[in-house]
Design a protein around this ligand. Structure first.
Ligand code: PAP
Length: 333
């Protein structure tokens, strides 16, 4: 498993295609409740518990809600992950544009070895989640403790963890964190759709009103949503050299400007020659919703954690919430 992860992250080859398996969705790995360590069992017996959005429980750890298997990954990542000054960490609350940010970061950082206009670009044959793995959901899942020291710099990782639960070394080193935020109304609608896709086919749909109540109470994956965003917002003010706060809506409206700022933040600015040659536009077009969502791999492939790749592409719009919210919901949120 660790070897697969390392080879995925070094991505020197283009043969890393996601499996094309049109099988019915199973409960995603981090929502399963088996194979839990005694340590984690003991911990959860002390934690507040509430019914989750899929079929498993959520437990409140360090102020934020997790399914049990995910929590196990959180504990392991807190214990073992050693950040480097050169690391790039992408952080989001779920459904705030993680997939898009991963694609952009991967394409920017690897543009010399994998020019964005190439027919063989890795993002054409595997889902962006494979190019930038989640620490707690992929790297440290299932009791793995991979040796990440051989990975070339900059290493790219992602997490949904709140500031309060980040491994200490991320806070103490000079690694570059990008936090992507999104209008909570759109993030909520996106999460509600996603949760219903993750629910087994024979179970009933989670009603919008029920999900909304939970979201407003903070009981959602990595919720409370507001605490998550606010902590990173404060961090970005205090440590502006290390934490870049970006909004999905800004990225939509001014993608070119945002991408150039991101590349500068990562200390890989676009040269004038690259700009004149259209490299920035090519990366944006490679990572666009239309392009990624229409790739074969993202239509029928699935992640090793069990989610169908197409579950990460729905509308990709700003303001889709308006089709679902009542006046009362808008006021409440
Ligand atoms: P994750 O946090 O579980 O990894 P994430 O990628 O943040 O998921 O959420 C998916 C959302 O990003 C979807 O939003 P929607 O439900 O409102 O449509 C998805 O459509 C959107 N998305 C995925 N890829 C892109 C992209 N390339 N450009 C813009 N939006 C995108």
């Amino acid at each position: 498993m660790a070897t697969t992860l390392i080879s995925t992250l070094t991505h020197t080859s283009h043969d890393l295609k996601d499996p094309i398996t049109p099988s019915p969705p199973k409960l995603a790995k981090y929502l399963q409740e088996d194979d839990i360590t005694q340590e984690c069992q003991a911990l959860i017996s002390t934690l507040p518990k509430d019914q989750g959005w899929v079929l498993s429980y959520l437990y409140q750890y360090q102020g934020f809600w997790h399914p049990i298997r995910q929590l196990q990954g959180v504990l392991s990542c807190q214990r073992h992950f050693q950040a480097r000054d050169t690391d790039i960490i992408l952080i989001t609350s779920p459904k705030c544009g993680t997939t898009w940010l991963k694609a952009l970061a991967y394409a920017v950082i690897n543009r010399k070895t994998n020019p964005p206009r190439g027919d063989n670009h890795p993002l054409l044959s595997f889902n962006p989640h494979k190019s930038v793995p989640f620490l707690e959901l992929k790297v440290y899942v299932d009791h793995q403790v991979p040796d990440l020291t051989e990975l070339p710099s900059p290493r790219l990782f992602s997490t949904h963890l709140p500031v309060e639960s980040l491994p200490l070394s991320i806070k103490e080193t000079g690694c570059k964190v990008v936090y992507l935020a999104r209008d909570p109304k759109d993030a909520f609608i996106s999460l509600w759709h996603f949760a219903n896709k993750l629910r087994p086919q024979n179970s009933c749909k989670l009603q919008l009103e029920e999900a909304f109540d939970k979201f407003c109470k903070g009981v959602s994956l990595y919720g409370p949503f507001w605490d998550h965003v606010l902590s990173y917002w404060k961090c970005s003010l205090e440590k502006s050299n290390n934490v870049f706060f970006l909004k999905y809506e800004e990225l939509k409206v001014q993608p070119k400007l945002c991408l150039k700022k991101l590349a500068e933040f990562w200390e890989r600015p676009f040269s004038l020659e690259e700009e004149n040659n259209g490299v920035v536009d090519e990366i944006l077009s490679l990572c666009s919703f239309d392009n990624l969502s229409n790739l074969e791999v993202n239509k029928v492939g699935k992640l090793s954690s069990g989610e169908q790749n197409n579950a990460f592409f729905r509308k990709g719009e700003v303001g889709n919430w308006a089709n679902y919210f009542t006046q009362e919901m808008t006021e409440k949120i």
